[in-house]
Write a protein that binds this ligand. Structure first.
Ligand code: ADP
Ligand code: ASP
Ligand code: MG
Length: 817
């Protein structure tokens, strides 16, 4: 005979109860069965609440009681035919009256003992099972109702009573001797020898099914719930979790013990003992196979089977010199905890024996502290053992799998993926069976950690990179277009899925955890909410998504002011914005240090030479041990264009005008000609090369005559420039005579940075520069005779966006590593 169990959500509503009846109707044709029901979903929690309220003389308990009544009565009214309704509702009311009397007593006594509490909780299963059994009868499924308290005999540890298997097995067998029909019974509850009602622990209806299954030597136990079986992780926390077709009893035990609520941990023992297979099935997706739990684990490509977690735990640490080499300390510690019924979830001890760490449910931490401090009262007074140190708001993540045994590299992979996402590991434990590796982390990092680990063990083929883009002007929109175009390639060939989660410009912002559709980002952003950078950053941090990258496509100072905070929250940054790296040296250094400390990246290849590989090359040279002797560069596309075209008898002012008309200059060309932008770039290169320079240390030659600088408007400036053309033509003619050309060059040598107009001869790499190209020459120990030269377009939205994209890919590669 098969034993089936339907959980709270499966009997939580009229529709789901109809589904259950459908499932059982098809069973009826094949064989007799035992079916265990939980309380309707939410009812057990309401019963906990109602008991609490009554015992604290909070009269609103009556309201809660009404809610419980209404839920059952209204379900009965919809499900049960009119001719039977009266009888069924009367019976429900009879049960509810008993509950009402009990609660009234609790209210008067102002006391709720564990014993009364169990009795209160028992009503959930009693009501639901009775109600569903009547509906089944009506639907033609012949069932007999059994109150499981008649056959499940337990000890009197109320709240999580232990089953007396000898008595229970006999009682169940005896009961079934005379039963011809299928049986409906109540999950979760039992009774003591003396007839006191007990409960088997929250989630205990699964256990009831297993107890019946074992007693009846059932050929199988089916646990029907609201998910497609046991999955690689809790699907509520990890969207990409998938069903495991087969897991071993031991794996299921480890996963459930560490939080996989889909099956209540003790359930596995009775079934395991008799080798009864357990199926986990979905009431709402009956065609799906679900998960089979038996002795074997399935062959899988993955070394890890599943990841589970427990929230709201505290870690307690017992330390002190008096513990070293003293036998019996741990015995006393855990003895004290056991005497107070405190369940220890995890233990670690450093080999120094100087401390023992253990992890428990936060709700029990005060009790645990008292118990342990009482046990070690003398040692604490004598200063040999310190008071218990407590750390709250933690969570445990456990990685489980039979195949983890003898598979090297699992811990490495686990810690490296957590580390790259800035998740701090507070404690670690691995059982010697090697099928469970547990880490304790901050509770706020839990969802992120689960997803990071899930991705690295199960979905190593595709990794999601979550990107937040601020600034969707020329560069930003070019970047989004490139991201869209490359997305299929990146997924297929590189294994990245780039999810643009956040978008903002100065007016609007938009955050969508599932990713903004890049085909329609403009419309979506227009419909977005009013921009607020602070809020945008806060939400990005609060979302705490794995593999997050913040992309700043602005040239805005305000955005930079958030960088430190963003990096400190373990989010990488990519930006063409020069302001962060060309401000005060101490700020530049602080950002670098923070990124390093948090294990994230701050990348700004496009700060110099747009998409040209200038900064990465410099870093590669430096990191590989080369020594930078000199850096020279034509670092402004505008100035490059102007001086490359300043030949023949062209007037300087005409060329500047031409450049402005072509859109190559800033609105006021003096912003290019004053050399400040170039100075910022050489400053950044100098800092990357290892020099501690400030902006004012860069010597900038002023090439503009005073009247040009003084001119109030751009028009006036051009008038003055025309008057002063001879200043420039003189320089050019002199250069010409010496077979040289004029170039506006930034230079770093001997720790000194300068920007000046120079004449160079044909042996110089910049001699042949044309158009508006940038050029950078690195002279190093290795590139001494002839410098390493990088040349190409150093401006433009497309190439800059490509550079930003390159940085995003570099970070993605690092995260994937
Ligand atoms: P029931 O009321 O049917 O007993 P539960 O709520 O007790 O259902 O258990 C099912 C829930 O367990 C799922 O909805 C899911 O959120 C959670 N869960 C946690 N970990 C896992 C996992 N690894 N696989 C499947 N479900 C899981
Ligand atoms: N109704 C009980 C609970 O909510 C038992 C169960 O659902 O398994 O804990
Ligand atoms: Mg459950």
């Amino acid at each position: 005979m098969k034993v089936l169990k339907f959980g709270g959500t499966s009997v939580g509503s009229v529709e789901s109860i109809r589904k259950v009846a459908e499932i059982l109707s098809s069973y009826k044709k094949k064989e007799k069965f035992v079916v265990v029901f939980s309380a309707m979903s939410g009812i057990t929690n309401l019963l906990v609440e109602v008991g609490q309220k009554a015992s604290t003389t909070d009269i609103s308990y009556q309201q809660v009681l009404k809610t419980i009544e209404q839920k059952h009565v209204s379900t009965a009214k919809t499900l049960i035919d009119v001719k039977n309704q009266g009888k069924v509702i009367a019976q429900l009311k009879l049960i509810l009256n008993e509950l009402q009397d009990l609660l009234h007593g609790v209210y008067l006594l102002k006391e709720l003992s564990p014993r009364s509490n169990d009795l209160v909780l028992s009503f959930g299963e009693r009501l639901s099972s009775y109600l569903v059994s009547e509906f089944l009868k009506q639907e033609g499924v012949d069932v007999t109702f059994l109150d499981a308290r008649k056959v499940i005999i337990t000890d009197s540890s109320f709240g999580s009573a232990k089953v007396d298997f000898k008595k229970t097995d006999k009682a169940i067998k005896d009961y079934f001797k005379d039963i011809k029909s299928s049986v409906v019974t109540t999950g979760f509850i039992g009774s003591t020898d003396k007839g006191e009602t007990t409960t088997l622990g929250r989630g205990g209806s699964d256990y009831t099914a297993s107890v019946f299954g074992a007693a009846l030597d059932s050929e199988g136990i089916e646990i029907w719930t609201d998910v497609d079986g046991i999955m690689t992780a809790d699907p509520r926390k990890v969207k990409r979790a998938f069903t495991l077709p087969q897991v071993s009893y031991i794996e299921a035990m480890e996963m459930s013990h560490f939080g996989a609520k889909v099956i209540y941990p003790p359930t596995l023992q009775p079934a395991f003992k008799k080798r009864i297979p357990i199926w986990i099935k979905n009431t709402f997706n009956t065609a799906f196979e679900g998960t089979l739990i038996n002795e074997k684990t399935s062959a899988t490509d993955h070394s890890v089977k599943g990841i589970s977690s427990i929230e709201n735990i505290s870690m307690l640490n017992l330390t002190g010199s008096g513990m070293v080499g003293v036998p019996g300390v741990s015995g006393r510690l855990f003895g004290a905890l056991a005497r107070n019924f405190i369940n220890v979830i995890l233990i670690t001890q450093a080999s120094s024996e100087h401390s023992i760490c253990f992890v428990i449910d936060s709700k029990e931490s005060a009790k645990a502290k008292d118990a342990v401090e009482e046990e070690f009262e003398h040692e604490i007074k004598a200063g040999k053992i310190d008071k218990l140190h407590e750390k709250d708001n933690l969570a445990i993540v456990a990685v489980v799998g039979d195949n983890m045994r003898h598979t090297p590299g699992i811990a490495g992979k686990l810690f490296s993926s957590l580390g790259k996402n800035g998740i701090n590991v507070v404690a670690i434990a691995q059982g010697s069976s090697e099928i469970n590796l547990s880490v304790v982390i901050g509770k706020e990092d839990l969802t992120k950690a689960l997803n990071v680990i899930h991705e690295s063990f199960f979905l190593s083929d595709v990794k999601t990179i979550n990107v937040f883009v601020v600034g969707v002007g020329l560069i930003g929109s070019a970047l989004l277009k490139q991201l869209q175009k490359q997305s299929t390639y990146l997924q297929k060939e590189k294994g990245f899925k780039i999810n643009v989660v956040g978008l903002a410009n100065s007016k609007k912002m938009l955050i969508n955890e599932n990713g903004v559709a890049l085909t329609s980002w403009k419309e979506k952003l227009d419909e977005g909410e009013k921009a607020n950078l602070k809020e945008f950053v806060k939400r990005m941090i609060d979302l705490n998504l794995r593999n997050s990258i913040f992309v700043d496509n602005t040239s805005n100072k305000d955005v930079v002011s958030f960088y430190h905070n963003i990096l400190d929250e373990s989010i990488s940054i990519v930006t063409p914005n020069k302001l962060a790296n060309s401000g005060l040296y101490k700020d530049y250094q602080k950002l670098q240090e923070t990124a390093f400390k948090r294990g994230v990246k701050l990348m700004y290849e496009t700060n110099v030479g747009a998409g040209l590989p200038v900064i990465n090359t410099l870093n590669d040279l430096k990191d590989s041990g080369d020594k930078i002797i000199r850096i020279e560069g034509v670092l402004s596309g505008t100035l490059s264009y102007i001086f490359n075209n300043f030949k023949g008898d062209k007037k300087f002012s005409d060329i500047v005008k031409e450049a402005k008309e072509k859109g190559f200059t800033e609105p006021d060309p003096r912003d290019d000609l004053n050399g400040k932008d170039v100075a910022r770039k050489i400053l950044i290169l100098s800092r990357e090369a290892g020099f501690n320079l400030e902006f004012d240390d860069v010597v900038v030659e002023n090439i503009l005559p005073a009247p040009c600088l003084k001119a109030k408007t751009v028009e006036e400036f051009f008038v003055e420039l025309e008057k002063n053309n001879n200043v420039f033509s003189k320089k050019r003619d002199e250069a010409d005579k010496a077979n040289k050309v004029l170039r506006f060059i930034a230079k770093l040598e001997n720790g000194k940075a300068e920007v000046s107009l120079q004449s160079v001869d044909s042996t110089h790499p910049f001699f042949s520069l044309s158009g508006s190209d940038n050029m950078i020459a690195y002279t190093t120990e290795r590139y001494k005779e002839r410098p390493l030269v990088i040349k190409g377009p150093g401006a433009g939205a497309e190439v800059t966006a490509a550079g930003v994209f390159g940085d995003i890919i570099r970070i993605s590669n690092y995260l994937k590593g």
